[in-house]
Structures are given as C-alpha cells and as structure tokens.
Design a protein. Structure first.
Length: 198
C-alpha cells in the first residue's frame, strides 16, 4: 500500500501542462508540452539527489547539504517512508521535483500536506512547471482530505513570495520557524525530563 492511505489500485495521477490530469480526466487530455508529473521511484534516487543539491546551491546552503543516496533510499523507499517525492519530466528529461509529507492540525482535526522542497532546474524555468507541481500537490491534498497545504519561503526570495501569493497562498509573518539540530539536538535529548532537585 502506498503511504498515507493511497491504495495500489489507485495510481498517482499525472498532470499535463494544461493543468489536466492525464489518464483520469474524462476528456483524456494529453500534455501540451511533453510535461509529465509522477511519483518518484527507487531507481530515480540519483535524480532526486541531484535536484536536492541544485536546490541547496540555489538557496546558498550547499554547505549544509549532506544527504546521500543511501539516506534517500532509506527514508523515501522503506516500508514506512518519511516523505514522498514527485518528479516533473519534459520529454523524458528530469525538469523539477517536489518533496512533501503529511503533518497534522490539532485545531482542524485533520492532517495537512507540507511541501518541504520544490525546485525546477534553471533550463526548464518560465514554462509553468513550478506552478504545475503546486497544482498537482494541491489536488493530492484535496484528494487525501487534507485541511491545509503549506510550505516555507526564504525571506529574501521576494519573487517566489509574490508567485505564491498570486496562487492564493498566505504568508504568515507572525510565525517563526524554530529548529534544534546537530549538537544542540543531542544535548536537548540528553537532558532529564524534569529538572533535578537542588
């Protein structure tokens, strides 16, 4: 069974550049520019890693990117995968990717879909592929009964922020991302649950 409730009898849809879902739409529309979006497979781990490294370089964070193919095999294609990946293809060539997973809203009482990363290779930009990936994931969120579809954007990336807002996304300035990692995570995990008495 696919993670997060998708049955093997219901393969993931593929969307064409026109925004239709090929293979499931009654009209049977075909991609207009050779774009195909589909779930990544284990054999495509090297492609996924290349996308991740390209994103890290674009975000000026290449020094933090230490993921390996072994890591991705373990985390994405185990019996209980931590996340899912979709790849965008143009005429058989990888053009972009999105990595996502489910979170949960206690206020809504429903799970959400969280987009961790979205990246389109420079050679394939200005063709609507980033928008297509977002629409694909929005459809997936609706199909899975999610109450939210959300992601983060770097504060210096004004172009991306404006693009997301044009799609109807809200930027939440009152929220700040909080993270514990590396040595700080190890230190926190080593603390007693309650302070020791003096």
């Amino acid at each position: 069974m696919h993670p997060h409730g998708r049955s093997p009898e219901a393969p993931r849809p593929e969307i064409g550049d026109a925004g239709t879902v090929t293979g499931t739409d009654p009209a049977g529309a075909r991609p207009t520019r050779g774009l195909r979006i589909a779930a990544a497979t284990r054999a495509e781990v090297p492609t996924i890693l290349d996308m991740i490294r390209g994103l890290a370089q674009f975000e000026r964070l290449a020094h933090l990117c230490i993921a390996t193919e072994e890591d991705l095999h373990r985390e994405l294609f185990s019996a209980s995968p931590a996340a899912e990946v979709i790849l965008a293809w143009e005429d058989g060539e990888a053009a972009g990717f999105a990595l996502f997973f489910h979170n949960f809203s206690t206020f809504l009482g429903r799970r959400g879909l969280y987009l961790e990363d979205l990246f389109v290779l420079p050679a394939f930009r200005r063709r609507g592929y980033g928008r297509a990936l977002l629409i694909y994931l929005a459809r997936l969120a609706v199909e899975r009964g999610c109450g939210r579809f959300e992601w983060s954007v770097l504060d210096w990336n004004a172009e991306a922020t404006a693009f997301y807002q044009a799609l109807g996304a809200q930027v939440l300035p009152e929220w700040r991302l909080t993270r514990v990692t590396g040595a700080a995570l190890e230190s926190l995990a080593a603390q007693p649950l309650l302070p020791t008495q003096a």
